[in-house]
Design a protein around this ligand. Sequence first.
Ligand SMILES: C[S@@+](CC[C@H](N)C(=O)[O-])C[C@H]1O[C@@H](n2cnc3c(N)ncnc32)[C@H](O)[C@@H]1O
Length: 247
Amino acid sequence: MQHTSLQQKLREDYRAVAEQYRSDDEAEILTDNHWRLAGVLKSICRSFERPITVLDAGCGTGRYFHCLENVARLVGMDLSPEMLAAARNPVRRTAVSVEEIQLLQGSIYVASFPPESYDFIYSMGMFGYGAPVTAELCRKFYDWLRPGGTLFFDAVDVDGLSRPRRLRFRAKQAAYPLLPRCLQRVLKRRQNGSRFFGLSHKELGRIMEKTPFSNLSIESHPCESPLWNGRHLECLAVKRALKPAHV
Ligand SMILES: C[S@@+](CC[C@H](N)C(=O)[O-])C[C@H]1O[C@@H](n2cnc3c(N)ncnc32)[C@H](O)[C@@H]1O
């Protein structure tokens, strides 16, 4: 997959909207969906019963930083320097309890961290427009997690799109491989950062089957807010803990 031009376009798009996105955080945190997700993030943090190290992939303006508990170190990675600048002053800043936050600019697809760096990796709102869920990326997440670590992410559920949009998306998907290469290139250039990578429940399941994760759960949830309406698939996956040595 050609990521470079896609990411350049995404970076430009987020440069234009970073300021607005940060003020939208204030509206977004009033929604039921935000508080439901806050509960999921908190309960994952609590499940470790010790201070943990966390990666927020595509952290944007840091909308979810205030939802974390018992975190000794949080790494927030994002493509957009402007979104990261806003993340220095995240929403509900006074409620953020993380001891140390490091913000890194770059693409998660080419990022590298030492194996077993994190207890918990999450990504909210990144997969869908411009960023595809791939087995390759999920295998990287797996390597970066410690045994017993948890991955949680959401992705746009195509079954939550209106019928005409869904049919258009599926028709494009089916027609694309049949087009001559030169036409495929033109289309790719045109769509660029706005390229849509929605998935169905089945498709996400098939991607995750290609990874070593165990205890996999995928759920579809409605997402209603003043800013976006649709459905998100939420994927929770665990890296098997090491077996205790026999005594
Ligand atoms: C819709 S925003 C969500 C931000 C935040 N997670 C939230 O829920 O508010 C998507 C974010 O993902 C970032 N992003 C997109 N592709 C990325 C990539 N390949 N690597 C890192 N960040 C990426 C964008 O720059 C943007 O800040």
